[in-house]
Design a protein around this ligand. Structure first.
Ligand code: HPA
Length: 276
């Protein structure tokens, strides 16, 4: 076991959270993005622990992100859920954003399902559609594994080939078809934010092959792959990205659409969990 500060912090966080969770061993780690937190209300036998009560965890400052761990049963699986996440745009380092992912993996969660609200770069998508991440373009300019210490957790030179598990993606698409929901599979581009993109940026991103864009996920997924978790990423398209069909997105629209599509989002995630 490597002797480094990050490792010691994770051990302390784990010990404190373990005490609160009372021996709970999650199968799945679930991150609920902007406006998608209400899914946590459906978790049964809940133990909830605010991020701020876990040593070394940063608190969530984003409105609409409750900022707590919720442990319990959902879709027949033991899940450890982040009701709200940490973002780079809140001033967190990439490592701070990734920290809870490493922490959840230490509880035995072998699968990460991470969700967010995103803008559609792809003109064929519509507001209210879902998009399973086929791959990502990390345009945050940051990587949580950069730095001396994450090498003590696992090898830093790991592959990001098929980082988003092909079998989980296929399962998500299948469930979408069965439930009659508009679910795409596309490339997600993540940025630091917090300003929305310019129309010129969105045009450039389309040329790179991006289908959706938002301000989260990439750093979490890199951390999850670093420790060998299987990953599924899913966005709710809350808006067309800047300039697409003349769109001029704002955060109110994002939260409004998320609340309108909450029921279908919950159905998708619960069914996914049931089939894992
Ligand atoms: N851009 C960036 N982040 C977002 C968007 C967007 O259009 N929609 C939701 N989150």
């Amino acid at each position: 076991m490597a002797d480094n500060a990050l490792m010691r912090m994770l051990e302390e966080s784990q010990a404190a959270l373990e005490e609160r969770l009372g021996g709970f061993r999650p199968e799945v780690a679930l991150v609920l993005g902007s406006g998608l937190g209400p899914l946590a209300e459906r978790i049964e036998d809940v133990v909830a622990v605010p991020f701020a009560e876990v040593p070394h965890m940063k608190a969530s400052t984003a409105s609409s992100h409750v900022g707590r761990f919720v442990a319990g049963m959902l879709g027949g699986k033991r899940v450890l859920c982040m009701q709200g996440r940490l973002h780079g745009y809140e001033g967190n380092t990439a490592q701070e954003v990734a920290y809870p992912i490493w922490l959840m993996s230490r509880f035995g969660a072998a699968t990460l399902i991470t969700t967010n609200a995103a803008g559609a770069v792809n003109e064929g998508y519509a507001v209210g559609d879902f998009c399973i991440m086929a791959d990502h373009i990390n345009f945050t300019g940051r990587n949580p594994v950069a730095g001396a210490e994450p090498d003590g957790i696992a090898n830093r030179f790991f592959s990001m080939y098929e980082a988003y598990d092909p079998a989980l993606r296929a399962m998500g698409m299948q469930i979408g078809r069965e439930l009659g929901l508009p679910v795409h599979e596309g490339v997600y581009l993540g940025l630091l934010g917090p300003s929305f993109e310019t129309a010129a940026e969105i045009r450039a991103f389309r040329g790179w092959g991006a289908d959706t864009v938002a301000m989260s996920v990439c750093e979490e997924v890199i951390a999850a792959r670093h420790v060998g978790m299987r990953v599924l990423g899913m966005s709710l398209v809350t808006n067309m990205a800047c300039g697409v069909e003349g769109a001029d997105p704002d955060d109110e629209e994002v939260l409004e659409v998320a609340s309108q599509r909450e029921a279908d989002f919950c159905r998708l995630i619960q069914e996914l969990l049931a089939r894992l």
